[in-house]
Design a binder for this molecule. Structure first.
Ligand SMILES: Cc1ncc(C[n+]2csc(CCOP(=O)(O)OP(=O)(O)O)c2C)c(N)n1
Ligand code: SF4
Length: 301
C-alpha cells in the first residue's frame, strides 16, 4: 500500500519491528477494531509517564492473539513470550530469582482462566508481587473463535453454533477467592480508569489482578448481536461487526459495583461489573515471606 511520507509516524514509543522494517511503516497485526491496540497504547503511556524500569518490570506474555502486542509495546520494554497459560509460572521463577522484580503478566481470558486456570489460582493464593492484566474478549480468538470459559450465555462461537449454554467463569471472583490482594475490572471503553488501575497495580505490593473487557470483532462481534446482555428487553439487535457497535455494547453492559448491588442474579446475566473489588496492601507477599523462612533455615535471627 502506498503512503505519503508524512503518514509514516516517527513513533516515540515503538521500535521498528521486522515486518515494520519490511513495509517501511509501524503497524500491528491485530484486526482493524481489535481492542488490543488500545491496551498496548495505554500501557505505553503509563510505562513512559511512570518511568517504569524495564529491567525490574519484564512483560511476561501468554499465548493468544494478544501475543502480537509485543510489536506495539514501548521499545524499551523487556518482552517474554511464554507457553499457553504458563505466564504465572515463569513470572514466579523470575520474581524468586530476583525479588526486586515485579513482573507484568499479559494474559487472555482463555490463557488465564481456561488452560492456565490452575496457575492463575496459585499465583493469587501466594500473593506474589506482580501485575496480571487479563484481556477478556469472551472467546479463544487466536485459534478460530472457539467458546471460552468466559463466553457469555447464549453467545455464538465456532464451537457453540446454536448457543453457549455453560456457566461463565468470572475472573474477578476467582482472583478474590484465591486471595489476590488487589482486584479490579475495567474495559477498553474506560481508558483513564484502565491507566489508573494499572498505575495502582504497579505500586501495590502483592498480586494485582486487573481484568480488561476488550472487543474481538472478528470472532465474537461478527457472530453475535448487540442485544446480547439485553435478553429480557426484546430488542432485535444488530451484528457487532465494527468497533463502534462493540464499544457501545461493552459500555452498555458494564455496571459499576454500586449499581450491581441492587440487581438480581438474573439481571446480572451477561453483564460486566466494573470497579475495584479489593485493595489490601497489608497482605503478606510471597517472596518477602520466603526470605524470612530462608533466614530461619540458615539459623539467622
Ligand atoms: C498447550 C496448548 N494448548 C492449546 C494451544 C492452542 N491455543 C493457542 S492460543 C489459544 C487460545 C487463546 O485464547 P485467549 O487466551 O483468550 O487469547 P485470544 O486469542 O482471545 O487473544 C489456544 C487454545 C496452545 N498453544 N497450547
Ligand atoms: S481475531 Fe479478535 S482478538 Fe484476534 S486480533 Fe482479530 S479482533 Fe483482535
Amino acid at each position: 500500500m502506498s503512503m505519503y511520507p508524512s503518514e509514516q509516524p516517527e513513533h516515540p514509543y515503538l521500535s521498528i519491528s521486522m515486518p515494520g522494517k519490511f513495509f517501511k511503516r509501524y503497524f500491528s497485526l491485530f484486526c482493524a477494531g481489535c481492542g488490543y491496540g488500545i491496551i498496548g497504547h495505554l500501557f505505553n503511556r503509563v510505562f513512559e509517564d511512570e518511568k517504569v524500569d524495564p529491567k525490574l518490570h519484564p512483560v511476561v506474555i501468554g499465548i493468544g492473539c494478544y501475543g502480537q502486542i509485543l510489536l506495539t509495546l514501548h521499545h524499551a520494554t523487556q518482552r517474554i513470550l511464554t507457553l499457553h497459560g504458563r505466564a504465572p509460572a515463569l513470572a514466579t521463577g523470575m520474581k524468586m530469582a530476583n525479588p526486586k522484580m515485579k513482573p507484568i503478566i499479559f494474559t487472555g481470558d482463555g490463557d488465564c482462566l481456561g488452560i492456565g486456570g490452575n496457575h492463575f489460582m496459585h499465583i493469587c493464593r501466594r500473593n506474589l508481587d506482580c501485575v496480571i492484566l487479563i484481556f477478556n474478549n469472551s472467546i479463544y480468538a487466536m485459534t478460530g473463535g472457539q467458546g471460552a470459559p468466559t463466553t457469555l450465555f447464549g453467545a455464538m462461537s465456532s464451537t457453540t453454533p446454536y448457543k453457549m449454554f455453560e456457566n461463565r467463569t468470572d475472573g474477578v471472583k476467582l482472583a478474590l477467592t484465591a486471595g489476590a490482594s488487589y482486584v479490579a475490572r475495567t474495559t477498553v471503553a474506560h481508558p483513564r480508569t484502565l491507566m489508573k488501575y494499572f498505575r495502582k497495580g504497579l505500586k501495590h505490593k502483592g498480586t494485582a489482578v486487573i481484568e480488561i473487557i476488550t472487543p474481538c470483532i472478528t470472532y465474537f462481534g461478527r457472530k453475535n448481536l448487540d442485544s446480547l446482555g439485553d435478553e429480557s428487553s426484546g430488542i432485535k439487535g444488530q451484528k457487532m461487526d465494527n468497533t463502534g457497535i462493540m464499544i457501545d455494547w461493552i459500555k452498555r453492559n458494564s455496571l459499576r459495583i454500586n449499581q450491581a448491588k441492587f440487581m438480581t442474579e438474573e439481571e446480572l446475566l451477561n453483564k460486566y461489573i466494573i470497579g475495584e473489588f479489593r485493595y489490601n496492601p497489608d497482605t503478606p507477599e510471597y517472596s518477602e515471606e520466603y526470605e524470612k523462612i530462608k533466614k530461619i533455615a540458615m539459623g539467622e535471627k
